[in-house]
Design a protein around this ligand. Structure first.
Ligand code: FES
Length: 515
């Protein structure tokens, strides 16, 4: 099987291809609102929805179109089961803060369910038990400990010896009362409610600066004056002294949407071991689409990225009788040092700036927690879950990560600079390569019409060297996870500025790239 050609036209997230694109206006004047929200994913829209319901005047500013980023590339499990978390939270933060985390995520599930019921939203919502399973003896005790910890915090958890998947397992943790849905159908309705409540949504409106008076400035030089600003851009677009780049790592994972012979059991599933495997189903035509996810790796540090899709397909073929692969997509997740997202004031010194980031693989529940927590902080000045999520916390775990992360960054910075590279290359359409001039690494991408895009492969965030991602056709940074498309435009932060293009050197490079 030629994986490249088989998957070439299927790199689109199911949620995005199965809903119509939105068309909110671009901001074309200066405005004043109570709260400016930067980013139109689950955090931005949920926060705007909850605030606008309470009479707060909000504006969402989205650089692209809403819901096309990480929220559009999720597996959309709505669960408080976040792999192994509760035993660790109790150990690292104590019973009270661990309970804040459990309560917040259980409340998020119920907030989503109630919102869907109250507004009669058609979004394929289903209650589903969630399972964390293992096929290895060595994880059984850890699962038993996790069950005990979750139960002590009020979650309906139990250890089970069997699950309905055709896998031989050693044990599993079952959470009752969990759910799944079509995230874009749900959130598009919430966005419409925001506007109905008097809120504003602007697309194609990229924010490039927030000044000290909470004035948000767009690339088109329009100003949004706000009393409060929420940074809901997945990776914080503005650091503001929070040093998030040293406290967040980014990784990539992959999803296949496929049809199978036979029934997929009720439930959503994830394994305890590596490589990660995540499973759920979704109504599709007259049957079910099975979402098989996993194969995570640190952004910019994976092998040939097509391999990850092949690994998932191999697993699916071993587990089910696969009929057809309908779609595939990848996603990028932010992970924090202690496994708990950063939700709250950007720093201890920024009372009017808020951030929500670092959800790991659990963006639907923690994204909804963000909306609930931030709207409470903005309207009431407090939230019952504020302490566990406080972005300015600094634990010994995050200190250790700070050191490890920066060793990794330094290694990639140096590796990139001294690597020996060819001065001429032979590349096919749809491929890219890096060549060197006297003092510069140059990334060359050849499109299907043999046109070349040439960029300086130095990341515009902090100067690490980028690598080419074959499956997604992007330039990825191994240091903090920024990604750029083949033309050098930013796909994922923390970088804000596009890659530098070549000027006079262009002809020199063209003469050195062959077919
Ligand atoms: Fe920080 Fe590239 S993302 S140097």
């Amino acid at each position: 099987m030629n994986l490249n050609s088989e998957f070439q036209d299927k790199t689109n997230a199911y949620w995005i291809v199965s809903t119509e694109k939105t068309s909110y206006p671009q901001l074309k004047s200066d405005i004043k609102v109570d709260v400016a929200i930067i980013g139109g994913g689950i955090v931005g829209i949920t926060t705007a929805y909850l605030l606008s319901q309470q009479g707060v005047k909000v504006a969402i500013l989205e650089a692209d179109y809403i819901l096309q980023g990480t929220t559009g590339h999720t597996t959309a499990k709505i669960t408080s089961q976040h792999s192994f978390i509760y035993a660790k939270l109790k150990k690292d933060h104590g019973e009270e803060l661990a309970k804040q985390y459990a309560d917040a995520n259980e409340s998020a599930i119920h907030m989503i369910a109630k919102t869907i019921e109250d507004n009669k939203i058609e979004c394929d919502f289903r209650w589903r038990h969630a399972y964390l399973y293992t096929t290895l003896d060595k994880y059984v005790k850890q699962i038993e400990d996790e069950v005990r910890a979750a139960k002590s915090l009020g979650i309906k958890a139990e250890f089970v010896e069997e699950i309905n998947l055709p896998l031989t397992i050693k044990g599993a943790m079952k959470f009752e009362g969990q759910a799944q849905f079509h995230p874009l159908k749900y959130l598009k309705t919430l966005a419409e409610k925001v506007v109905a409540n008097g809120g504003q949504i602007y697309e194609q409106t990229e924010v490039i600066q927030i000044d000290e008076n909470e004035v948000v400035i767009t690339r088109n030089k329009h100003k949004v004056k706000a009393d409060k600003v929420v940074i809901a851009t997945h990776y914080p677009a503005f650091d503001g002294g929070g040093f998030f780049f040293s406290r967040i790592t980014q990784d990539r994972s992959y999803v296949l949407g496929l049809t199978i012979d036979g029934e997929f059991p009720d439930g959503s599933y994830i394994n305890a071991e590596s490589p990660s495997r995540s499973l759920r189903s979704q109504p599709y035509k007259d049957g079910e689409l099975i979402l098989v996810g996993g194969d995570r790796h640190k952004t910019g540090q994976g092998q040939d990225t097509n391999i990850h899709y092949k690994n998932l397909l191999d697993f699916a073929n071993e587990t089910f009788k696969v009929q057809d692969v309908i779609c595939r997509w990848s996603t990028q997740d932010c992970l924090t040092a202690d496994g708990v997202p950063y939700i709250g004031n950007l720093t201890a010194r920024s009372p009017n700036l808020y951030v929500a980031t670092g959800f790991g693989k659990w963006g639907m529940s923690n994204g909804t927690v963000s909306g609930m927590l931030l709207s409470d902080l903005i309207v009431k000045g407090e939230s019952p879950w504020a302490e566990i999520y406080k972005p300015s916390r600094f634990t010994s775990a995050s200190l250790k990560s700070f050191v490890v992360q920066n060793i990794d960054v330094a290694k990639n910075f140096v590796k990139g600079k001294i690597e020996s590279l060819p001065e001429e290359v032979d590349i096919n359409p749809g491929e890219a390569a890096i060549i060197k001039t006297n003092d510069q690494r140059i990334g060359v991408y050849k499109d299907e019409e043999n046109r070349l895009s040439m960029i300086d492969t130095t990341c515009t965030h902090l100067g690490c060297e980028l690598g080419w991602n074959t499956a997604e056709k992007s330039w990825d940074c191994p240091c903090h996870g920024s990604r750029f498309n083949s033309a050098g435009e930013v796909l994922h932060g923390p970088a804000i500025e596009p890659l530098h293009h070549l000027g006079a050197d262009k002809n020199w490079v063209e003469a050195r790239v062959f077919k």
